[in-house]
Design a protein around this ligand. Sequence first.
Ligand code: PMV
Length: 321
Amino acid sequence: MVAIAGEDLHGVHEGYGQTWAKAILMGEHSVVYGHPALALPLHDLQMRAWAQPIASDQEPQLSALDYEGPLSESGELFGGLRRAVEVTLDFLGHSDQRFSIRTESDFPAGRGLGSSAAASGAVVRALLDAYDVRASHEQLLELTNQAEKITHGHPSGLDAATTSGELPVELERGAMRTVQLRGNGYLVIADTGVAGSTREAVEGVRSRLEAKPEVVEQLLESLGDQARSAIGNLETGQMEPLGASMNQAQELLNALQVGHAQLDALVSAARSAGALGAKLTGGGLGGCMLALAANESDAQRISEALLAAGAQEVWTHHMVA
Ligand code: PMV
């Protein structure tokens, strides 16, 4: 319990919330046009948030990424996070209570790993915890998605669901379902260190679709087919065909012009080191890639190859039933 001199806190105390990163395994870009996508929660890459109640004459502060200062002056990058504070306090009926917010993350922002949804989700949970209030799963998603609307305009909801959920999530035409994995594999995720803009990538695909509809529709269709078969392979535990689908998807995404030379370099390093498949993940034009490894020692070898090929950071995720 944090005491504030001279103020009656009505039982409010410092709150804590935790979420994690996500990675899109298959279906980025084609999901925008109604095909399925699958995203995985990466439970080891955590986002932690603390909400500290402060007196009504104090200025709420934010400490997040490399920002340290008044919450109200934290700029566009933190617009979603500020919205998360606002909607959660409204939900709690405590809009007048002020909080300072601190977040800490195990993974970088702006690389397609779901940092904005994870931060908003963790802040929502920290504020609820400050009042010892438990919200339903739907309420938590709704509050996080309110914040995501500021960051992404029209969020699909996939990031909010996977950065706080236990299971992989499939999204198709706005409908989400959790997917039960069979079998065993390792995903090695690597950051190119290049910031790719998802908005720019999505707009680029749209303008190419308008310019050459037959060609681009066919690419999107094929990406959708690969995502569909990959999801089937995950559910039956067939890792080799899953890897083959990932390789196919990478070619198709390059044909859509959302690739990047550094992504190609990492993808080919992973394949040479024995990956079953490798592709970019998320919007592309930089950001992260992921590789599928059959076992832990392959994953280790692939990680080393990725670092040697210039990856800024590498993480390994054990996919297990
Ligand atoms: O870069 P991310 O992880 O936000 O993923 C973008 C996925 C896209 O399919 C390219 C866009 C979208 O809104 O689904």
